[in-house]
Design a protein around this ligand. Structure first.
Ligand SMILES: NC(=O)c1ccc[n+]([C@@H]2O[C@H](COP(=O)([O-])OP(=O)(O)OC[C@H]3O[C@@H](n4cnc5c(N)ncnc54)[C@H](O)[C@@H]3O)[C@@H](O)[C@H]2O)c1
Length: 328
């Protein structure tokens, strides 16, 4: 079985690749992966780091291909012979999408269409599209099921929603075997220090203040990247064609509460919080109903938040070389 992981040098994609090669996922390649098994396709934007693949860099089963998912010829070359595509490549930072949305549209929408077309033309067995809970928009109470309409509010989530709809169309129109996952906010090692958890942790480790948006009341469900990747692997191995699976079950926290946990984990005080004006169009709360993946595929999150956060902070403490030059 050959798996192509787009964006495999990024935060989530590289976790998936390292885990596939180190442990294998049950039901994917019969447990341990063999042969010319995992191909990373990555454009190595600012967010793609070859160091993220260091632990498996010498594994003969891994091939790393530099390439842009917007380039049909390159995509066709790399997808030839693939049985499964796990599509993680995207522009991912909401703040960047507010100051400049063009790459979000070309990579997230056009790039996904280029991949879908190549997968169809080449007869790829399954296309797993890694999406986000942000496509549903903000919700005051309760949680979104997969059947809810998409009401994205940022250019990032709008471009992701566009890609989700294209995936749906390739399944409905052409019968391509697709599965979409929509996960809540992730944290863990190797996350680029522009996202709130690594941004705050690394700033605190440098003795700097942390910028808290608005009243700090925005709520997110925090899930360890390892739980997310296990959900993706389950959906890839046993999800039903054409279906969407929400992935969640992390810990719901306001940004204020999250900041408090991060300050405690690093050993810093409240005086390190700096209030800054709110993000434009800041969604108040995201929450997904993940009972479908639990009931159908047996998914359950495993990493308790306190443990996951402690190990994540320890990773940033011990890997300053990885992030120091990237800190804004
Ligand atoms: N981080 C989260 O909390 C979260 C939650 C739910 C879903 N997701 C989704 O998971 C996926 C991965 O997110 P992440 O946090 O690992 O992102 P990331 O920004 O860390 O990594 C993105 C990767 O995609 C690559 N890439 C970007 N543009 C490309 C292009 N045109 N061609 C080829 N490669 C390109 C980058 O080089 C990088 O390696 C995204 O699709 C994102 O929408 C993320």
């Amino acid at each position: 079985m050959r798996i192509v992981v787009t964006g495999g040098a990024g935060f989530i994609g590289s976790h998936f690749v390292r885990t596939v090669l180190e442990q294998g996922y049950p039901g994917m390649g019969g447990g341990r992966v063999t042969g010319d098994a995992v191909v990373v396709l990555d454009a190595f934007t600012y967010a793609g780091r070859i160091e993220n693949l260091d632990p498996v860099r010498d594994d003969p089963r891994l091939r790393v291909e530099r390439g842009d998912i917007r380039d049909p010829q390159r995509v066709t070359e790399v997808l030839t012979g693939a049985d499964l595509v796990v599509h993680c490549a995207a522009e991912t930072h909401v703040d960047r999408s507010i100051t400049g949305a063009a790459d979000f549209v070309t990579t997230n929408v056009v790039g996904t269409q280029v991949l879908l077309q190549a997968a169809l033309d080449l007869g790829v067995g399954r296309f797993v599209h890694v999406s986000t809970d942000e496509v549903y928009g903000s919700i005051e109470d309760g949680s979104w099921a997969e059947t809810e309409p998409l009401e994205p509010n940022s250019p990032y989530s709008a471009a992701k929603a566009g890609s989700d709809l294209l995936v749906r169309s390739y399944h409905r129109t052409h019968g391509l075997d697709t599965v979409i996952t929509r996960c809540s906010n992730n944290y863990g090692p190797h996350q680029f220090p522009e996202k709130v958890v690594p941004l705050f942790v690394t700033r605190l480790l440098l003795g700097r203040t942390v910028p808290l948006y608005g009243d700090g009341g925005n709520v997110r469900d925090w899930l360890h990247v390892d739980d997310h990747c296990r959900g993706i692997a389950l959906a890839a191995a046993t999800g039903r064609p054409g279906e969407i699976y929400n992935i969640g079950g992390g810990t719901e926290l306001s940004n204020r509460e999250l900041t408090g946990r991060l300050l405690a984990a690093v050993g810093a005080g409240e005086e390190m919080i700096e209030r800054v004006p709110d993000r434009k169009g800041h969604d108040r709360r995201y929450a997904v109903d993940w009972s479908k993946i639990r009931d159908e595929l047996g998914y359950a999150p495993r990493v308790p938040f306190e443990e996951g956060l402690a190990s994540t902070v320890a990773w940033y403490r011990e890997n300053r070389d990885w992030w120091e030059a990237l800190q804004r």
